[in-house]
Design a protein around this ligand. Sequence first.
Ligand code: ATP
Length: 509
Amino acid sequence: MSKAEDRFKKIIAHCKEYGFIFPSSEIYDGLSAVYDYGQNGAELKNNIKDYWWKSMVQYHENIVGLDAAIFMHPTVWKASGHVDAFNDPLIDNKDSKKRYRADVLIEDHIAKLEEKITKEVSKAAKRFGDSFDEKMFRQTNPRVQANMEKIRAINERFVPAMENGQLDDLKALILELEIACPVSGSRNWTDVRQFNLMFSSQMGSASDGASLVYLRPETAQGIFVNYLNVQKTGRKKLPFGIAQIGKAFRNEIVARQFIFRMREFEQMEMQFFVRPGQEKEWYEYWKEERMRWHLALGIPREMFRIHEHDKLAHYANMAVDIEFDFPFGFKEIEGIHSRTDFDLGAHQKFSGKKLQYFDPETNESYVPYVVETSIGLDRTFLAIVSHAYTEEKLEDGSERVVMNIPPALAPVKIAVLPLLKKDGLPEKGREIFDKLKYDFHCQYEDKDAIGRRYRRQDAIGTPYCITIDHESLENNTVTIRERDSMQQERIPVDQIASIVSKRIDLRPA
Ligand code: ATP
């Protein structure tokens, strides 16, 4: 097992042991690619939602929220293109009987070539030191050039094959690139088939003519069909946005990697409606703004990567992924898409209802263009916990596992810990807890030695532990211990709230 795989396993085990994430219906051996969030996971997830909602809806005057239903009229999914085009190409290996996404097999192959290039570049950077000219090196090094040429040649066939659904071409590419099944090692592949990712169900009883409904595969369509309702009742002028957080469902072909790819997950999406012709400017704006949001959490810039799309979804004219360095490599965490008037135009056509906006500045009516930001809540959760998980060796030779979760998002903000379970310390602790609990999510704990209680709080990422001792009874002071530095300081009880508030504030400076 590689170091990264080992670390990923430990993170998954930690998430379970400390009440962040449990497999769904675990007593029945779980349900594939479905997970439940435990007592600490639910808090962290809510805090991420809250941070996103505030920075989108509250801090932007021209963005409002929405909470649309999961079920929608089935024609919505015809108009959006999901009935016809929300497919993944699947392929089976005849020997291992394992199923793969054909496009992912090819993308992984490209990623390996890219990795070779990156290695070559960093080797040369080390060799040449300060005088290294990366651009020049990439243009002239024969090995880098050869790999770049290979990638170009693959994309030249891969992109049109995906765009036009040419499944035979995808298979031919897999064979020519000699891609082998990671499990069986063989190249004994079936043909590639299209597989629609939407879950469907029946609404109403069969006797009164039940109709087919889908579980929404994205939250965005709930925004599109409500755009005029919001615009009119909210008296919104372009440009304005509608934000929504909600469940989405996809019958993913390959659902591995823990909560990275689930069949039921949550999205935080915002559709920004603009005048046609202004989409490029807003697309650039949202790309930057969303990166800023990620970085405000204190995760280093090098953990993120921007990936411009070569192959565009059926609705987009510009698209970029923000990728995060997960324990299994760089993968998409958020997409920013310029969706043109594709969706509103299609809904106008399929519903027969006008979805135009009258622009008082130009005296024209038109269907707005849309720039979308779409982030997976669960993937953000995974990014945060996988970055936070830290094993530390302490000076006294002992070890601790600490979750360096950004304090603002930590499930518990303050642990109130009387040093002893006697001499009036618990009563004093309760008094402090009861005051703080209205402003912060706190935990009161008086069992076990103080060291063990600190470790338990470190393991769930609690930024502050407050300890009550005999001196507290004399002069109304406590010690406050900071999670990351483990530094302790004695402070008056009435300063606890202001110290913690300052540290967990995520407002832009
Ligand atoms: P991928 O290429 O990884 O399948 P996608 O490009 O289909 O993702 P989008 O349709 O752009 O994803 O969805 C927007 C966001 O929703 C993604 O950036 C991701 O964070 C999240 N997301 C999509 N599918 C899943 C899933 N199966 N499980 C968890 N999150 C998901």
